[in-house]
Design a protein around this ligand. Structure first.
Ligand code: PLP
Length: 369
């Protein structure tokens, strides 16, 4: 079976050398030298400052809400997108912030800024947009609205590792942007995540929060939790980062094979023309849910696993408040992601592309547009 994704496994020899170092130092966690090295190397690679490594991408979101005073004691609402992985919204709810789902753009599949203002109430504290499938949100419009209404902006950038916007890192936008380094993501540290803050003082508060709220071993300054990344995670991250160009090259090839095969036959995501693509996902939208099931079934019969991302639209979850998310419900019911990962062979890429064409174009007697 061809999986939809496969974790990138870097050189074993190199990983072993890092682990030898961990054994020699007997320093396993608590801001060790590998966590420090990975922090610096990621800042340099991504072209950002104020990057804080944490234990996973969900903690990154939770710590960002806390550090920016969005969650805590007061009633608080966040305007967010229903078309994302559940963690964007569940982390808000977990932090006592009510997610308010506003609808997405039917072509970019990102939160549509035109819907934000109508959803703002006296308890709204933050806008949490998602660069879904690595597609850059309309950051200028979102930030202008936030500025006008005194709201914070925290981007869930879990899909946007390495994406640039107008020649600079997309991840610099907002008061903070969070990343996930889960094993299935483009860049990973087995489990892991990061927050990129606009302001140094927010980074420092967040750093204390990830370490039980301690400013020093005997100085408690904040309410904190344990959100630290370990040296073993950082070792994996360093090895994966060393080989990121290779990884990207492999994905880029598969991405373009698909794009060439489906262009003008299948509806693809309309990508922000000012942003780069990181080839992390290959989503496509089918005509209706029936065709989606038929396509998944056809691919399965050829030993190919495709997956629904992100289904269901989160406004139908048991928590949060929706202010009209019909487009998201429709989009979520019709999108599948095709296998894309480093090491997917050219033969398999062709097999997948041909199998999709067979079902969505030929056997249904029409295109899906
Ligand atoms: C993966 C993901 C997360 C969660 O990250 P973890 O590292 O798995 O906790 C959050 N948001 C989005 C959009 C994701 O894809």
């Amino acid at each position: 079976m061809i999986p939809v994704t496969k974790p990138y496994l870097p050189s074993r020899e190199k990983l072993d050398r890092y682990i030898d170092g961990i054994y020699e130092r007997a320093w396993l966690t608590n801001n060790g030298p590998l966590v420090q090295e990975l922090t610096q190397r990621l800042e340099a690679y991504l072209g950002v400052e104020n990057l804080l490594l944490v234990g996973n991408g969900t903690l990154a979101l939770q710590i960002a809400y806390r550090a920016l005073n969005v969650s805590g004691d007061r009633p608080s609402e966040a305007i967010t997108t229903p078309f994302t992985y559940v963690a964007t919204a569940s982390s808000l709810k977990w932090e006592g912030v009510e997610p308010v789902f506003v609808d997405i753009d039917p072509d970019t599949w990102c939160l549509d800024p035109a819907n934000i203002e109508a959803a703002i109430t006296s308890t709204t504290k933050v806008i949490v947009p998602v660069h879904v499938f690595g597609n850059a949100c309309d950051v200028e419009t979102i930030e202008a609205i936030a500025c006008q209404h005194g709201l914070k902006v925290i981007y869930d950038g879990a899909h946007a590792f390495g994406v640039t916007y107008k020649g600079e890192s997309l991840l610099k936008h907002g008061d903070a942007t969070t990343l996930s380094f889960h094993a299935t993501k483009l860049f990973h540290s087995i489990e892991g995540g990061a927050i990129i803050f606009k302001r140094k003082e927010d980074l420092e508060r967040a750093r204390r929060m990830t370490n039980f709220g301690l400013a020093a071993p005997e100085e408690i300054t904040d309410v904190g939790i344990n959100a630290k990344m370990s040296e073993f995670q950082a070792a994996m991250g360093l090895c994966v980062l060393d080989e990121i160009d290779e990884n990207l090259k492999g994905r880029e090839k598969a991405w373009h094979t698909y794009e060439a095969a489906f262009k003008s036959k299948v509806q693809l995501q309309y990508r922000n023309p000012s942003a780069s693509c990181n080839y992390a996902y290959f989503p496509m939208m089918l005509k209706d849910q029936e065709k989606l099931f038929a396509t998944l079934e056809h691919l399965r019969s050829k030993d190919i696993s495709a997956r629904r991302y992100f289904y269901p639209s989160l406004d139908i979850a048991s928590y949060g408040k929706a202010v009209g998310a019909g487009i998201s419900q429709d989009v979520a019911s019709r999108i599948i992601c095709l296998p894309i990962f480093y090491g997917l062979s050219e033969n398999d890429q062709e097999l997948i592309a041909n199998s999709v064409i067979e079902i969505v174009v030929s056997s249904l007697g029409e295109g899906v547009l």
